[in-house]
Each structure stands twice: as structure tokens, then as C-alpha cells.
Design a protein around this ligand. Structure first.
Ligand code: FAD
Length: 383
């Protein structure tokens, strides 16, 4: 019997899910069990859309459909926090199971702090995340650096510090460090992220630390809540999931990889923030002068939606119809999210004018986070 704090290797019992899963399909099998047993009414997961650069959230109520969501997509433009909020708002009683990366989870926790989401209605299966790549950047990187047609790629993965692609006629992997030195690689907000193992989910799942004959065929699960332990135990007892204690050497390796990733994240913060702080307001003024006021940053932010009306309308500080807007438009937006910006990067990712908005609000918020409680994405919600 697994309990909160335990660490196990797990994999799907079903041969099809085992094969389709990224690392043995434990997440998909756990979600299938949660749905079949009535622990949740629906599952929100992610599936491949037009191609592997297109990750699409999908709500599933038939357990048989879950296999189509197995596998990890590293190149989508995706944040699930607000999708979850919208679903819970439109269906007042449903409980849902959700696969979340650290940013999805932090967004949900910040929404819960604002009483906009009831976390008790969620079964949270967290995936460790070393970062993702924007679809446009991924295509460019594959064409220029890997010298492969991006449309010929049928699988991508991030493993052992490499970005790896499989395509008709072969596969190639290049070290992420090398890619990032040359301006490719992960989103800049992901590089600065320090939330790699989502321990405020019910289960934190990943491939780090799976060694020996289970490497690549099982998921390392850290049990983070009683709800997570109940799901895992019941799924194992029902024969849906197989599990064994994690290898102690694997636990040690997982800790080392996590620490190395945190160190790298801190290095990126130092570099990005120091460059910015040499001319903070000048840079913000210059960069935001490209703003066309499309409001994409507001619409896609998991937490600044209450500010939408105030910022969209005419006010003494922001004049409706003025392009580019007075920099106050952006400062007011930063102020609105200054207690909750989780550095998900959506404002920057979806800005048609490529303004580094996530960098600005993350730099401002990081200073606040070092001084004040509660810390971002933490504290008010304890499992
Ligand atoms: P599966 O049964 O294959 O289920 C995978 C689940 O992930 C499905 O529910 C699917 O819908 C969901 N999913 C796929 N793509 C996304 C996405 N972009 N956003 C949200 N949900 C998604 N593990 C590590 O140990 N280290 C890492 O650095 C790491 N980076 C990752 C980065 C990303 C973007 C993702 C999605 C996962 C990452 N993982 C990482 C987790 C790892 O790849 C596996 O997802 C995990 O081991 C579970 O494997 P599984 O076979 O049990 O999952």
C-alpha cells in the first residue's frame, strides 16, 4: 500500500496503454481507473491536434477515449489553468481529473487563492516538467539545427538533457545546452522556472530516476496527497496499474537531476534579470511601444481576467483606441498580476508583437516573492 511521501515506479497493465504512454502509460491508466470507478466525472488531458506542434486540451468522459491522450507533447502552446476554471464554472458539480505541468498547477493554485477555483473538485496528476518549446521555435530549430523537415517528424521527446526527434528514415538528438547557447531550445520562461516536480498535485509523475529494466517503460511517481495514495492503491488493487517501490539509486539520481535543473533555472534568472535590470524602465518603454492592444496578454493570463474590463475600457490612465497605448496600460496589468504572476509565459508566447511580457512581470514578481508570503503557487493549498 502506497502512502503520502512514498515513491514508486508504475506502469499501465493494459498492453495498448503501456505502448502508447510516454513512460509506460501509468497516468493514462490512473485516469482511466478514476473515470471508470467514479472518482471523477471527466478527465481533462491533452492530445495531438493537427501535428505534434499542436497540443490540444480535450475533455474525456468515456474511459476508452483516454488512450488518445497518452504521450507527452513538448511543443504546444498550452496552459490548462483557465481551461479548468472555465469548465468548473460551467459545470457546478463535476469533479475532474487533470494532467498538469508545474505552470498549470501554479495557475490553478493562484486561482484558488482568488476563490476562482475549488481545488477539492480536482484530481491532479502532475507531470515533472523540464520545460517546453514553442511550436514556431520548434519548427525553426528542427529545420535549421537538425536539418530535418519539421513535417517529417513523427515523434519528439526530451530525455537525458537532449531534444530528440524521430522522423522518416532516422532519429537525432542534440543537447539542450547546445541548442540554447545558439538561441534555440525551451521557452525563456521555462528556462527560468523553478517548479520542476509538481509536489502540490496529488501525484507527481515523471521519468527522472527510472533506472534499470524499467527505464523508459515506467513512470516515477511521488505520492503527494492522501487522495493520490487512494487513487494509486485502488488502481493497483483493481489491476489497472502495476507498481513497485522505486529503486533507491533511482531516487538519488532523480534528486540530483532536479537539483541540477534548479541550478540551471537560477542561472537563467540571473542572466535574464541582470540584463533587464541594467535598463528596466527603458526596456519596458521601448518593447511595449510595439503593442497593438490586441488584449491577448489579458485574455490568456490565468489570473488577470478580473482586470480585463478596466484595462479594455476608457479611463483616465488608459485611452481607448490609442495605439500603442500609454505604458501605463502595461504597468497597470503588471500591477494586477503582481501578487500572482506564475511565469507561465502565455502573455509572451501569444503576443503577436513578440514583446517579452513574461520576462517583465516575472522579474517584478520574483523580487516580491523573495520578500513576501505566500510564495507563488504554494502555501494556501496544502494537500
Ligand atoms: P502517459 O500515460 O503517456 O500520459 C501523459 C499525460 O500527459 C496525458 O494525460 C497527456 O494528456 C498529458 N500531456 C501531454 N502533453 C502535455 C502537455 N504539454 N501539458 C499537459 N499535459 C500534457 N518528466 C521528467 O521526469 N522530467 C522532465 O523534464 C519532464 N518534462 C516534461 C515536459 C512536458 C511538457 C511533459 C508533458 C511531460 C514531461 N515529463 C517530464 C513527464 C514525462 O514525459 C511523462 O509524462 C511522465 O513520466 C508520465 O508518463 P506516462 O507514460 O505515465 O504518461
Amino acid at each position: 500500500m502506497a502512502a503520502q511521501g512514498d515513491m514508486v515506479y508504475a506502469w499501465a497493465a493494459d498492453a495498448d496503454v503501456l505502448k502508447k504512454g510516454e513512460c509506460g502509460g501509468a497516468i493514462t491508466a490512473l485516469q482511466q481507473y478514476a473515470l471508470t470507478s467514479g472518482m471523477v466525472d471527466a478527465v481533462l488531458a491533452v492530445k495531438k491536434g493537427q501535428d505534434l506542434y499542436d497540443a490540444v486540451p480535450t475533455l474525456i468522459t468515456d474511459p476508452a477515449d483516454l488512450a488518445q491522450t497518452a504521450g507527452s507533447l513538448h511543443c504546444g502552446t498550452l496552459l490548462l489553468s483557465k481551461v479548468v476554471k472555465n469548465y468548473l464554472d460551467s459545470n457546478k458539480t463535476a469533479r475532474i481529473g487533470v494532467t498538469v505541468k508545474g505552470c498549470d498547477l501554479m495557475g490553478l493554485i493562484e486561482l484558488a487563492k482568488r476563490d476562482a477555483v475549488d481545488l477539492d473538485r480536482l484530481l491532479l496528476l502532475g507531470v515533472n516538467c523540464g520545460g517546453s518549446v514553442s511550436p514556431v521555435a520548434a519548427r525553426k530549430m528542427i529545420a535549421e539545427k537538425f536539418e530535418v523537415d519539421p513535417d517529417a517528424v513523427h515523434k519528439e521527446e526530451i530525455d537525458k538533457g537532449q531534444f530528440i526527434i524521430e522522423y522518416e528514415g532516422g532519429h537525432k538528438g542534440i543537447k539542450i545546452d547546445e541548442l540554447e547557447e545558439e538561441g534555440y531550445g525551451r521557452r525563456s520562461n521555462c528556462r527560468r522556472c523553478l517548479y520542476k516536480v509538481p509536489r502540490q498535485a496529488d501525484l507527481a509523475c515523471g521519468n527522472w530516476g527510472v533506472i534499470g529494466d524499467k527505464a523508459g517503460k515506467a513512470t516515477f511517481i511521488e505520492v503527494c496527497s492522501e487522495k493520490g495514495a487512494e487513487l494509486l492503491n485502488k488502481a493497483v488493487a483493481a489491476g489497472a496499474v502495476k507498481a513497485e517501490a522505486a529503486n533507491p539509486k533511482g531516487i538519488e539520481i532523480r534528486g540530483k537531476v532536479e537539483n541540477a535543473m534548479l541550478k540551471l533555472g537560477n542561472n537563467w534568472r540571473k542572466e535574464d534579470f541582470e540584463t533587464l535590470s541594467s535598463d528596466l524602465w527603458g526596456t519596458i518603454g521601448r518593447e511595449t511601444a510595439r503593442c497593438i492592444k490586441c488584449y491577448s496578454c489579458i485574455e490568456n493570463c490565468p489570473v488577470c481576467f478580473p482586470a480585463a474590463q478596466e484595462l479594455k475600457g476608457n479611463s483616465r490612465m488608459v485611452t481607448s483606441g490609442e495605439i500603442p497605448p500609454n505604458p501605463m496600460f502595461h504597468l497597470r496589468r503588471f500591477a494586477h498580476i503582481s501578487d500572482s504572476c506564475v511565469n507561465c509565459g502565455q502573455c509572451e508566447e501569444l503576443c503577436p508583437m513578440d514583446i517579452p511580457l513574461a520576462l517583465f512581470s516575472h522579474a517584478i514578481r520574483t523580487e516580491g516573492d523573495s520578500a513576501f508570503e505566500p510564495k507563488l503557487g504554494r502555501a494556501s493549498y496544502t494537500n
